[in-house]
Design a protein around this ligand. Structure first.
Ligand code: GLC
Length: 523
């Protein structure tokens, strides 16, 4: 592989560490568990694992509240365990990407403890403190993404501090150069240990309006339905022009080390997502493209998304696609089990780096969590709006037995009822399983340059079927996807060639069967 090719040609797999594999029986996944499953990931055929935060944390937001950027939470293991995981992964040809959470720390981070102690603390300016409004209320109308004001009053020093997420996640002040350097040094700390890159949490939030102006009302806000945060448009709290300088600086840090990747988590409209490639591609290598997460499951709509995304990419910018993550309902629940197979073919045949979410390869569905068992602070803050993220974070299933082979203890979230069929061991033996389909697609993508690095051309989309072509140096592949649960005629003449993979067993020719997707190599 040439430099930089692993994150272009390869496939990223997201591991939510609490839920992947529990080696010590406490019901919560850990690094030793992940390490024991590296062989599985290598065999599955992915290129890199991105691990959601494993740093010391009070776990108010399950690790997205970091109290030490250079350690490992004892719940997950220790630094030696992380070193061993990296070494084992590398020996298997797998890259390791860590989550990096720069927008906020935990309120238990020593920096914040110092900061809140006194207005004169040298750490005061590492966070964002403001005087109360004249009426004693919060300094402005900014809202937390998890509901309520983004400001919490701290009586000790009679000022408010800013938190765009939980009050236990105070926002760091990225206008402070000393803070910035400390954060960059934390990134270097992990890269020196062999980490291959970062997925940067809410990178588009790091800068806020220097004048602290109110956000304007959102005319589309639906009371009682939308998350509270959508009451206002985040014009002064998200995607500020100054953010680009921070992204470019992070990229420079990443580029101090060979062959590393910078991925940005960005929930913004398409034209703003692509801005995070940066001027002359000096920003993120891969600003996450979440278009498939929010879309209607409809062939012409998805054809439109592909065309718009491809047209919006800057010259030389490498695309990427995502079907799901720990914050969004699972694909198999959004579109159903049959269409989840179509989605697998889509994800792994589009142009650009795919990121898979753990468990999607066995067709895991969201697991309903009774309110008494809810763990997600978002759901607890804004109950019964369907915002909770526990259902998509339930334990991975390895075997059809109690604990699903995930744990020998009591799992931190319940395991779904369908574990008898939706598990790795059962599906590994079934050539028609979702797991076998994913493996076949990953192998095909590895072995077929037109899929891993070729051009893409949308050929046609009928109401039911999307057709596109991938091509590279004379090799041509056509992908046909039936987005309906009815048989459907092809929108183009049947490609002259061989079917390499179909979602369905048996003869694959002519009209598509219900929810069938097919990949042809043209002769
Ligand atoms: C990101 C994470 C999410 C977390 C939030 C605050 O959106 O993906 O899980 O709650 O940031 O860190």
């Amino acid at each position: 592989m040439s430099e930089g090719s692993w994150w272009r040609d390869g496939v990223v797999y997201q591991v939510y560490p609490r839920s992947f594999a529990d080696a010590n029986g406490d019901g919560i996944g850990d690094l030793a568990g992940i390490r024991s499953k590296l062989g599985y990931l290598a065999d599955l055929g992915v290129s890199a694992l991105w691990i959601s935060p494993i740093y010391p944390s009070p776990m108010a937001d399950f690790g997205y509240d970091v109290s030490d950027y250079r350690g490992i939470d004892p719940l997950f293991g220790d630094i030696a365990g992380m070193d061993a995981l990296i070494a084992d992964a590398h020996a298997l040809g797998l890259k390791v990407i860590l989550d990096f959470v720069p927008n906020h720390s935990s309120d238990e981070h020593p920096w914040f403890r110092e900061s809140r102690r006194s207005r004169d603390s040298v750490f005061r300016d590492w966070y964002i403190w403001r005087d109360p409004a004249p009426d004693g209320g919060p300094p402005n109308n900014w809202l937390s993404n998890f509901g309520g004001s983004a400001w919490t009053f701290d009586p000790a020093t009679a000022q408010y501090y800013l938190h765009l997420f939980l009050d236990r996640q105070p926002d760091l002040n990225w206008r402070n150069p000393v803070l910035r350097e400390a954060m960059y040094e934390s990134m270097r700390f992990w890269m020196r240990r062999g980490v291959d890159g970062f997925r940067v949490d809410v990178i588009y939030h790091v800068m806020k309006d220097a004048a602290f102006r109110d956000n304007p009302p959102n005319p589309a806000f639906r009371e009682g339905i939308d998350a509270d945060a959508h009451r206002f448009l985040p014009v002064h709290t998200a995607d500020l022009p100054e953010t680009q300088g921070i992204v470019a600086a992070m990229r420079e840090v990443v580029d101090e080390f060979p062959d590393r990747v910078l991925i940005g988590e960005i929930y913004l409209p398409l034209e703003r997502i692509v801005a995070y490639y940066g001027e002359n591609l000096t920003g993120a290598h891969l600003p996450f493209n979440f278009l498939l997460i929010g879309t209607d499951w409809h062939a012409p709509t998805i054809a439109g998304l592909i065309r718009r995304y491809e047209a919006a990419l800057p010259a030389g910018g490498w695309p990427n696609w995502v079907l799901g993550n720990h914050d969004k309902p699972r694909i198999a629940s959004r579109v159903g089990a049959a269409q989840a197979r179509v989605a697998a073919v889509l994800l792994l045949t589009l142009r650009g780096t795919p990121t898979m979410y753990y468990g999607d390869e066995i067709g895991m569905q969201d697991v309903p969590i009774p309110f008494a068992e809810v763990r997600d602070p978002f759901e607890l803050n804004e109950p019964h709006k369907g915002l909770g993220r526990d259902p998509q974070r339930t334990p991975m299933r390895w075997f059809p037995r109690e604990g699903a082979g995930f744990t020998r203890g009591t799992p931190w979230l319940r395991i779904g009822d369908d574990v008898g069929t939706c598990n790795v061991a059962t599906q590994a033996d079934d050539p028609e399983s979702m797991l076998s389909l994913y493996k076949a697609l990953l192998r095909l993508r590895r072995e077929t340059p037109s899929l891993s690095r070729g051009d893409i051309r949308v050929l046609e989309a009928s109401d039911a079927v999307l057709a596109y072509e991938r091509s590279h140096e004379g090799e041509r592949v056509v992908v046909l996807l039936n987005f309906t649960d009815q048989p459907a005629d092809l929108p183009i003449p049947e490609p002259a060639g061989r079917v390499l993979v179909s979602t369905h067993a048996g003869v694959a020719e002519g009209a598509l069967r219900a929810a069938e997707a097919r990949i042809y190599r043209l002769v």
